[in-house]
Design a protein around this ligand. Structure first.
Ligand code: ADP
Length: 393
C-alpha cells in the first residue's frame, strides 16, 4: 500500500495469504536538498540520504528497494499483485474502496478542491505507482468512505441549503479507515455481531477524531468538511466559534491564509501549551508547567464532551475504543478523559489502563460499557480492501 503526501511517500508490502508484513519504508523530504530513504525488510533496516527531486524518483527508489539486495523481498515486479492507495477525500461519490480507472481519477481531481492539501499528492502517488508497476490494479481506499453512512441530520451544516446542493459543503469526516479497522476488531474481541455493534471510537494521534458507530456503521464523527473540526489536535484548534475568524481579520488585519495557518498549524496542543504538539512531552511537563496542564485539560474535556454527545446519539453502547498514538499509549490521558463517568456505566480499571500499544480491555468487569485499547492498522486495512476489490474483478 502507498500513502503519498506532498513531500513523502510511505509504503508497506503485505503477503495477504497470511497478512504478514514483508517490507515497509518511507521516502521523506522529497524535493529538498537532502531526502531520507528508509526501507525495512528481512529483519534489517537500510537508511540512506540522497537527493530525490520528485515523487517519480521516490517511486524509482521504492521499486529498487523492494527488488534489489540487500533488503529486496521480490524478485520481479510480478511479485506485486495489486497496489492500494490511501486517498483522503472521496466526496459523496465513494462509499467504499474502489478500483482506480480514468473516471475515478477524474472524480478525485474534482474532489481536490475539497482537500487541496491531500488529494493532489494522493493523485501523484496513483500516477507514479501505475508507471513504476505497470499493468497492476490500483485501488483507492478513502478516509471519508466509512462516514458516508452518516444520516443527513448529522452531516448537514445549518447554512443555506443551496451551498450543499451546489458546492457539496457538508461534513465528511476522516480517519475512516482507522475507525472501521478498530470497529471490526472490537466487535470481534467482544463477540458481538457487527450488525448489532454500537461503539464510540476515539482515534487520538497527531490528528484526532471520534466516531459514533451503530450497527457497525458510522452515524456521526467529529471532523467535518475538513479535518479541522472537532477535537483539539496537535496543532489544530478543532471546534471554534467561526466568528473568531472574522474577528481576527477585522481586529488583527490577518489574511485568510494567515488565519488558515494559525488554526491548522499553530493552535491545538501546541498553541495552548506554547511548548509542544506532542502529548508525551506535555504529560511529562504537566506537573510543573501550567500551560501544558491547560492544553491537556482542554484536550481531554473536549473528548469527554463528545463521549457524552455520542452516548446520547447512540443510546446504548457496547464499547468505547481508544486508538492512535495517544489512544494506544497514553494512560494518564485515558484516565483524565474517563474520570468521574462511573454514573454513566463507564468504569476504568487503573491497573488494566497501564496497557500500552497492545489490545486490552481496560474497564472493570463491572463496567456496563467496555473500554478497549485497539491498536489501529490502516495499512493492513488498505491491503485487505485492495485484495477484496481486486478479487471481485
Ligand atoms: P499520526 O497521527 O501522525 O499517525 P501518531 O498516531 O503516532 O501520529 O500520534 C502522535 C501522538 O501520539 C503524539 O502526541 C505522541 O505523543 C503520541 N504517541 C505516539 N507513540 C507514543 C508512545 N509510544 N507513547 C506515548 N505517546 C505516544
Amino acid at each position: 500500500m502507498i500513502n503519498c503526501g506532498s513531500s513523502s511517500v510511505k509504503y508497506q508490502l503485505f503477503d495477504m495469504a497470511n497478512e504478514t508484513l514483508l517490507a515497509k519504508g518511507i521516502v521523506e523530504k522529497i524535493g529538498e536538498e537532502v531526502s531520507v530513504i528508509r526501507h525495512a525488510a528481512r529483519g534489517q533496516e537500510v537508511r540512506h540520504e540522497a537527493r530525490v527531486a520528485s515523487h517519480e524518483e521516490a517511486f524509482a527508489h521504492i521499486r529498487r528497494a523492494l527488488l534489489e539486495p540487500p533488503a529486496g523481498v521480490i524478485s520481479s515486479p510480478d511479485g506485486i499483485d495489486a497496489i492500494g492507495h490511501r486517498v483522503v477525500h472521496g466526496g459523496e461519490r465513494f462509499v467504499a474502496s474502489t478500483l482506480i480507472d480514468d473516471t475515478v481519477i477524474a472524480a478525485l481531481e474534482e474532489f481536490s478542491a475539497l482537500a487541496p492539501l491531500h488529494n493532489p499528492p494522493n493523485l501523484v502517488g496513483i500516477r507514479c505507482a501505475a508507471r513504476a508497476f505497470p499493468g497492476k490494479p490500483n485501488v483507492a481506499v478513502f478516509d471519508t468512505a466509512f462516514h458516508q453512512t452518516m444520516p443527513r441530520h448529522s452531516f448537514i451544516y445549518a447554512i443555506p441549503y443551496e451551498l450543499y446542493e451546489k458546492g457539496r459543503i457538508r461534513r465528511y469526516g476522516f480517519h475512516g479507515t482507522s475507525h472501521r479497522f478498530v470497529t471490526l476488531r472490537a466487535a470481534e474481541m467482544l463477540g458481538v455481531a457487527l450488525d448489532n455493534f454500537r461503539a464510540i471510537t476515539c482515534h487520538l494521534g497527531n490528528g484526532c477524531s471520534m466516531a459514533a458507530v451503530a450497527g457497525g456503521r458510522s452515524v456521526d464523527t467529529t471532523m467535518g468538511l475538513t479535518p479541522l473540526e472537532g477535537l483539539v489536535m496537535g496543532t489544530r484548534s478543532g471546534d471554534i466559534d467561526p466568528a473568531i475568524i472574522f474577528h481576527l481579520a477585522r481586529t488583527e488585519g490577518m489574511s485568510l491564509e494567515a488565519i488558515d495557518a494559525l488554526l491548522n498549524k499553530r493552535s491545538g496542543l501546541l498553541g495552548l501549551s506554547g511548548l509542544s504538539n506532542d502529548c508525551r512531552t506535555l504529560t511529562q511537563a504537566a506537573p510543573t508547567h501550567e500551560r501544558a496542564r491547560l492544553a491537556l485539560d482542554v484536550f481531554c474535556y473536549r473528548i469527554r464532551k463528545y463521549i457524552g454527545a455520542y452516548l446520547a446519539v447512540l443510546g446504548r453502547v457496547h464499547a468505547i475504543i481508544f486508538t492512535g498514538g495517544i489512544g494506544e499509549n497514553n494512560a494518564p490521558i485515558r484516565r483524565q478523559i474517563l474520570e468521574g463517568l462511573e454514573p454513566l456505566g463507564i468504569e476504568l480499571d487503573p491497573a488494566a489502563n497501564e496497557a500500552r500499544g497492545r489490545e486490552a480491555t481496560i474497564s472493570t468487569p463491572a463496567s456496563r460499557i467496555r473500554i478497549l485499547v485497539v491498536p489501529t492498522n490502516e495499512e493492513l486495512m488498505i491491503a485487505r480492501d485492495t485484495l477484496a476489490v481486486t478479487r471481485k474483478q
